[in-house]
Design a protein around this ligand. Sequence first.
Ligand SMILES: Nc1nc2c(ncn2[C@@H]2O[C@H](COP(=O)(O)OP(=O)(O)O)[C@@H](O)[C@H]2O)c(=O)[nH]1
Ligand SMILES: [Mg+2]
Length: 224
Amino acid sequence: MDDREVRIIEIKKSVYENNDREAERLRGELREKGVFLINLMSSPGAGKTTTLIATINALKDRYRIGVMEADIDSDVDAKRIASTGVTSIQLHTGGMCHLDAGMTRQGLEEIGYEGFDLIFLENVGNLVCPAEFDTGASANAMILSVPEGDDKPLKYPLMFSICDMVLINKTDVIPYFDFDLDRCREGIAMRNDHASVIPICAKTGEGIDLWTAWISEQIEAWKN
Ligand SMILES: Nc1nc2c(ncn2[C@@H]2O[C@H](COP(=O)(O)OP(=O)(O)O)[C@@H](O)[C@H]2O)c(=O)[nH]1
Ligand SMILES: [Mg+2]
Protein backbone atom coordinates (compact mmCIF):
# COMPACT_ATOMS: atom_id res chain seq x y z
CA MET A 1 0.00 0.00 0.00
CA ASP A 2 1.26 3.46 -0.89
CA ASP A 3 1.95 5.48 2.24
CA ARG A 4 1.85 8.97 0.78
CA GLU A 5 -0.44 11.49 2.44
CA VAL A 6 -3.59 12.63 0.67
CA ARG A 7 -5.89 15.47 1.59
CA ILE A 8 -9.18 14.41 3.17
CA ILE A 9 -12.14 16.76 2.81
CA GLU A 10 -15.18 16.41 5.05
CA ILE A 11 -18.04 17.31 2.70
CA LYS A 12 -20.95 19.24 4.20
CA LYS A 13 -24.56 18.54 3.42
CA SER A 14 -25.70 20.61 0.44
CA VAL A 15 -27.56 23.84 0.92
CA TYR A 16 -29.22 23.76 -2.49
CA GLU A 17 -32.86 22.80 -2.65
CA ASN A 18 -33.00 22.34 -6.38
CA ASN A 19 -30.19 19.92 -7.27
CA ASP A 20 -30.93 19.81 -11.00
CA ARG A 21 -30.61 23.58 -11.29
CA GLU A 22 -27.37 23.60 -9.30
CA ALA A 23 -26.01 20.75 -11.46
CA GLU A 24 -26.74 22.71 -14.66
CA ARG A 25 -25.02 25.76 -13.22
CA LEU A 26 -21.95 23.75 -12.25
CA ARG A 27 -21.81 22.07 -15.69
CA GLY A 28 -21.88 25.53 -17.29
CA GLU A 29 -19.04 26.78 -15.09
CA LEU A 30 -16.91 23.72 -15.85
CA ARG A 31 -17.49 24.21 -19.56
CA GLU A 32 -16.46 27.85 -19.32
CA LYS A 33 -13.20 26.84 -17.63
CA GLY A 34 -12.62 23.94 -20.05
CA VAL A 35 -12.72 21.24 -17.37
CA PHE A 36 -14.30 17.90 -18.35
CA LEU A 37 -15.74 16.07 -15.34
CA ILE A 38 -16.50 12.34 -15.49
CA ASN A 39 -18.72 10.87 -12.78
CA LEU A 40 -17.80 7.20 -12.38
CA MET A 41 -20.29 4.97 -10.58
CA SER A 42 -20.67 1.27 -9.71
CA SER A 43 -21.36 -1.18 -6.89
CA PRO A 44 -18.61 -1.45 -4.29
CA GLY A 45 -15.78 -3.56 -5.66
CA ALA A 46 -16.77 -3.48 -9.36
CA GLY A 47 -13.36 -1.98 -10.14
CA LYS A 48 -13.68 1.83 -10.20
CA THR A 49 -10.31 2.55 -8.61
CA THR A 50 -8.45 -0.15 -10.58
CA THR A 51 -10.00 1.13 -13.83
CA LEU A 52 -9.13 4.72 -12.94
CA ILE A 53 -5.48 3.82 -12.36
CA ALA A 54 -5.23 2.17 -15.80
CA THR A 55 -7.09 5.11 -17.36
CA ILE A 56 -4.86 7.72 -15.75
CA ASN A 57 -1.71 5.90 -16.82
CA ALA A 58 -2.97 5.94 -20.42
CA LEU A 59 -4.06 9.59 -20.44
CA LYS A 60 -1.82 11.49 -18.03
CA ASP A 61 0.60 12.67 -20.72
CA ARG A 62 -2.27 14.14 -22.75
CA TYR A 63 -4.39 15.79 -20.05
CA ARG A 64 -3.86 17.43 -16.68
CA ILE A 65 -5.85 14.95 -14.59
CA GLY A 66 -7.30 15.30 -11.10
CA VAL A 67 -9.26 12.71 -9.12
CA MET A 68 -11.86 13.09 -6.37
CA GLU A 69 -12.44 9.87 -4.48
CA ALA A 70 -15.75 9.88 -2.59
CA ASP A 71 -16.30 7.48 0.26
CA ILE A 72 -18.13 7.27 3.54
CA ASP A 73 -14.78 6.78 5.33
CA SER A 74 -11.07 5.92 4.79
CA ASP A 75 -8.52 7.30 2.33
CA VAL A 76 -7.34 4.06 0.73
CA ASP A 77 -8.62 4.85 -2.77
CA ALA A 78 -7.14 8.36 -2.87
CA LYS A 79 -3.78 6.88 -1.83
CA ARG A 80 -3.95 4.22 -4.56
CA ILE A 81 -4.68 6.95 -7.12
CA ALA A 82 -1.90 9.20 -5.79
CA SER A 83 0.59 6.45 -6.65
CA THR A 84 0.03 7.31 -10.35
CA GLY A 85 1.44 10.77 -9.68
CA VAL A 86 -1.76 12.73 -10.41
CA THR A 87 -3.49 14.93 -7.82
CA SER A 88 -6.03 13.01 -5.80
CA ILE A 89 -8.20 14.08 -2.87
CA GLN A 90 -10.52 12.04 -0.68
CA LEU A 91 -14.04 13.31 -0.06
CA HIS A 92 -15.82 12.01 3.02
CA THR A 93 -19.55 12.16 2.64
CA GLY A 94 -20.45 11.93 6.33
CA GLY A 95 -22.47 8.78 5.78
CA MET A 96 -24.27 10.01 2.67
CA CYS A 97 -24.59 7.30 -0.01
CA HIS A 98 -24.07 9.63 -3.00
CA LEU A 99 -22.75 13.04 -4.05
CA ASP A 100 -25.03 15.77 -5.36
CA ALA A 101 -24.00 18.89 -7.28
CA GLY A 102 -23.36 21.00 -4.18
CA MET A 103 -21.11 18.34 -2.68
CA THR A 104 -19.30 17.92 -5.99
CA ARG A 105 -18.75 21.68 -6.10
CA GLN A 106 -17.13 21.58 -2.65
CA GLY A 107 -14.73 18.88 -3.86
CA LEU A 108 -13.93 20.79 -7.05
CA GLU A 109 -13.14 23.94 -5.11
CA GLU A 110 -10.86 21.98 -2.77
CA ILE A 111 -8.94 20.32 -5.60
CA GLY A 112 -8.63 23.65 -7.46
CA TYR A 113 -10.44 22.45 -10.56
CA GLU A 114 -9.32 25.28 -12.79
CA GLY A 115 -5.86 23.71 -13.02
CA PHE A 116 -7.13 20.54 -14.74
CA ASP A 117 -8.42 19.46 -18.16
CA LEU A 118 -10.02 16.26 -16.93
CA ILE A 119 -11.34 15.38 -13.48
CA PHE A 120 -12.71 12.01 -12.43
CA LEU A 121 -15.16 11.72 -9.58
CA GLU A 122 -15.24 8.21 -8.13
CA ASN A 123 -18.73 8.28 -6.64
CA VAL A 124 -19.81 6.34 -3.55
CA GLY A 125 -20.23 2.64 -4.41
CA ASN A 126 -23.85 1.70 -5.00
CA LEU A 127 -26.21 1.40 -7.95
CA VAL A 128 -29.16 3.28 -6.47
CA CYS A 129 -28.60 6.70 -4.81
CA PRO A 130 -25.83 8.07 -7.06
CA ALA A 131 -28.16 7.64 -10.05
CA GLU A 132 -30.74 9.93 -8.43
CA PHE A 133 -28.50 12.99 -8.09
CA ASP A 134 -27.01 14.89 -11.04
CA THR A 135 -23.49 15.89 -9.96
CA GLY A 136 -23.01 18.46 -12.73
CA ALA A 137 -20.61 16.11 -14.53
CA SER A 138 -19.92 16.46 -18.26
CA ALA A 139 -20.39 12.67 -18.66
CA ASN A 140 -21.70 9.80 -16.55
CA ALA A 141 -19.98 6.42 -16.72
CA MET A 142 -20.59 3.24 -14.79
CA ILE A 143 -18.92 -0.10 -14.33
CA LEU A 144 -20.78 -3.37 -14.09
CA SER A 145 -18.49 -6.24 -13.15
CA VAL A 146 -19.00 -9.81 -14.32
CA PRO A 147 -19.51 -11.36 -10.83
CA GLU A 148 -22.54 -9.07 -10.29
CA GLY A 149 -24.44 -10.83 -13.06
CA ASP A 150 -25.78 -9.89 -16.49
CA ASP A 151 -29.28 -9.12 -15.17
CA LYS A 152 -28.32 -5.91 -13.35
CA PRO A 153 -29.64 -3.56 -16.09
CA LEU A 154 -33.07 -5.07 -15.39
CA LYS A 155 -32.77 -4.56 -11.62
CA TYR A 156 -31.24 -1.07 -11.51
CA PRO A 157 -32.88 0.67 -14.48
CA LEU A 158 -32.23 4.27 -13.42
CA MET A 159 -28.46 3.84 -13.12
CA PHE A 160 -28.22 2.30 -16.59
CA SER A 161 -30.54 4.91 -18.09
CA ILE A 162 -28.46 7.93 -17.00
CA CYS A 163 -25.05 6.66 -18.16
CA ASP A 164 -23.29 7.64 -21.39
CA MET A 165 -20.89 4.72 -20.98
CA VAL A 166 -21.21 1.27 -19.41
CA LEU A 167 -17.93 -0.56 -18.85
CA ILE A 168 -18.30 -4.29 -18.28
CA ASN A 169 -15.29 -5.13 -16.11
CA LYS A 170 -13.55 -8.35 -15.04
CA THR A 171 -13.94 -10.09 -18.38
CA ASP A 172 -11.10 -12.38 -17.23
CA VAL A 173 -13.52 -14.19 -14.91
CA ILE A 174 -16.32 -14.72 -17.46
CA PRO A 175 -15.48 -18.47 -17.67
CA TYR A 176 -16.28 -18.85 -13.95
CA PHE A 177 -19.62 -17.02 -13.96
CA ASP A 178 -22.85 -17.54 -15.76
CA PHE A 179 -22.49 -14.17 -17.48
CA ASP A 180 -23.87 -13.71 -20.98
CA LEU A 181 -22.36 -10.61 -22.62
CA ASP A 182 -25.04 -10.44 -25.33
CA ARG A 183 -27.86 -10.71 -22.79
CA CYS A 184 -26.24 -7.95 -20.76
CA ARG A 185 -25.92 -5.69 -23.83
CA GLU A 186 -29.60 -6.30 -24.63
CA GLY A 187 -30.59 -5.34 -21.07
CA ILE A 188 -28.56 -2.14 -21.27
CA ALA A 189 -30.05 -1.25 -24.67
CA MET A 190 -33.56 -1.71 -23.23
CA ARG A 191 -32.79 0.92 -20.61
CA ASN A 192 -30.74 3.28 -22.72
CA ASP A 193 -30.18 3.12 -26.46
CA HIS A 194 -27.56 5.90 -26.35
CA ALA A 195 -25.12 4.27 -23.95
CA SER A 196 -21.82 2.99 -25.28
CA VAL A 197 -20.79 -0.40 -23.91
CA ILE A 198 -17.18 -1.61 -23.66
CA PRO A 199 -16.07 -4.89 -22.07
CA ILE A 200 -12.81 -4.33 -20.18
CA CYS A 201 -10.42 -6.08 -17.86
CA ALA A 202 -8.90 -3.46 -15.59
CA LYS A 203 -6.52 -6.08 -14.26
CA THR A 204 -4.85 -6.83 -17.61
CA GLY A 205 -5.67 -3.53 -19.33
CA GLU A 206 -7.81 -5.15 -22.05
CA GLY A 207 -10.30 -2.67 -23.51
CA ILE A 208 -8.82 0.32 -21.69
CA ASP A 209 -7.62 1.70 -25.05
CA LEU A 210 -11.23 1.81 -26.33
CA TRP A 211 -12.41 3.53 -23.15
CA THR A 212 -9.65 6.16 -23.23
CA ALA A 213 -10.32 6.76 -26.95
CA TRP A 214 -13.98 7.35 -26.06
CA ILE A 215 -12.95 9.85 -23.36
CA SER A 216 -10.74 11.77 -25.80
CA GLU A 217 -13.56 11.83 -28.39
CA GLN A 218 -16.01 13.14 -25.81
CA ILE A 219 -13.62 15.89 -24.79
CA GLU A 220 -12.96 16.94 -28.39
CA ALA A 221 -16.68 16.96 -29.27
CA TRP A 222 -17.46 18.95 -26.11
CA LYS A 223 -14.79 21.56 -26.88
CA ASN A 224 -16.24 22.26 -30.36
N1 LIG B 1 -10.22 -10.50 -11.68
C1 LIG B 1 -10.30 -9.18 -11.74
N2 LIG B 1 -10.32 -8.47 -10.60
C2 LIG B 1 -10.42 -7.12 -10.71
C3 LIG B 1 -10.51 -6.45 -11.95
N3 LIG B 1 -10.64 -5.11 -11.70
C4 LIG B 1 -10.62 -4.96 -10.38
N4 LIG B 1 -10.47 -6.16 -9.76
C5 LIG B 1 -10.40 -6.44 -8.31
O1 LIG B 1 -11.66 -6.13 -7.72
C6 LIG B 1 -11.48 -5.61 -6.40
C7 LIG B 1 -12.17 -4.26 -6.25
O2 LIG B 1 -11.55 -3.33 -7.12
P1 LIG B 1 -11.61 -1.75 -6.86
O3 LIG B 1 -10.94 -1.10 -8.02
O4 LIG B 1 -11.11 -1.43 -5.51
O5 LIG B 1 -13.20 -1.50 -6.93
P2 LIG B 1 -14.07 -0.23 -6.47
O6 LIG B 1 -14.57 -0.51 -5.11
O7 LIG B 1 -15.19 -0.17 -7.47
O8 LIG B 1 -13.18 0.97 -6.56
C8 LIG B 1 -9.96 -5.54 -6.19
O9 LIG B 1 -9.55 -6.68 -5.49
C9 LIG B 1 -9.41 -5.53 -7.61
O10 LIG B 1 -8.11 -6.06 -7.69
C10 LIG B 1 -10.47 -7.25 -13.15
O11 LIG B 1 -10.53 -6.77 -14.28
N5 LIG B 1 -10.39 -8.60 -12.97
MG1 LIG C 1 -12.72 2.46 -5.12
